[in-house]
Design a protein around this ligand. Structure first.
Ligand code: SAH
Length: 221
């Protein structure tokens, strides 16, 4: 137990350095996002063998040939949602659960959908272990959203598809914000869509590389 605490503290220092050198340095300014990134133990979401490099400036492989995004990308997508604390947020692509965990510190409830069962099971175990009880998850094709709990104040898609799934636009509240990588299999543009008074505005944030969004309104759809 004492050793566990010592390990957590050691990672807290590395995490603080990640916030300073990767996030603040690159212009992440939202206090909530910075606080969540400084608190959530990223190393818990990766294999034991990779814990030592969990806070590096790069994506990390997880099971089933998938990846957790680089810390800066997680922070940039989170910041783009401008969460105030009382929102319902939908995430497509639970993966390791790390992005959902960050969001759960900044809003009322996170609904996250994953299509690979082993990943979902692993993420659920970690949410319980960390007592992050405001995350609900579901095994399904997330390109269809999660209609039961719609509308969502914010939607975040953490896999790249060829287009913006209509279902997700339909399940976005007004006002609402959606971040999604759209493009080819290798490179995509990270888009921020803002719905307001029935109108959708689209802004391009940056070029990114995400794993593929596979489903009815994604690749192979
Ligand atoms: N947000 C994750 C990133 C995981 S990588 C994290 O923080 O770790 C993207 C994930 O999207 C993969 O786990 C992949 O299986 C999942 N995915 C791809 N297409 C999907 C779909 N249609 N519905 C749900 N999940 C999907």
């Amino acid at each position: 137990m004492a050793r566990d605490k010592e390990m957590m503290d050691r990672f807290a220092t590395v995490r603080e350095r990640m916030v300073q050198e990767q996030l603040l340095y690159r212009g992440i300014t939202d206090p909530g996002t910075l606080k969540a990134m400084a608190e959530v133990p990223r190393h818990v979401f990766v294999d034991d063998a990779m814990q030592a490099i969990a806070y590096g400036d790069h994506p990390l492989p997880i099971a089933a040939d998938q990846t957790i995004s680089q810390p800066y990308i997680v922070a940039a997508m989170t910041q783009a949602l401008q969460l105030q604390g009382d929102e319902k947020v939908l995430e497509i692509g639970t993966g390791s659960g790390y992005q959902a965990a960050i969001l759960s510190r900044l809003c009322a409830k996170v609904y996250t959908v994953e299509r690979i069962n082993t990943l979902l099971a692993g993420a659920r175990r970690i949410f319980d272990q960390l007592h992050y009880y405001n995350i609900l998850s579901r095994l399904d094709d997330g390109t269809m959203g999660w209609a039961e709990h719609a509308p969502y104040d914010a939607i975040i898609v953490t896999a790249g598809g060829p287009q913006i799934p209509d279902s997700l636009l339909g399940q976005l509240a007004d006002p609402g914000r959606l971040v999604i990588p759209v493009g080819g299999h290798d490179v995509q543009e990270l888009l921020l869509l803002t719905k307001e008074a029935g109108e959708i505005h689209t802004r391009r944030l940056e070029s990114v590389r995400f794993v593929s969004l596979i489903g009815e309104q994604g690749w192979n759809g």
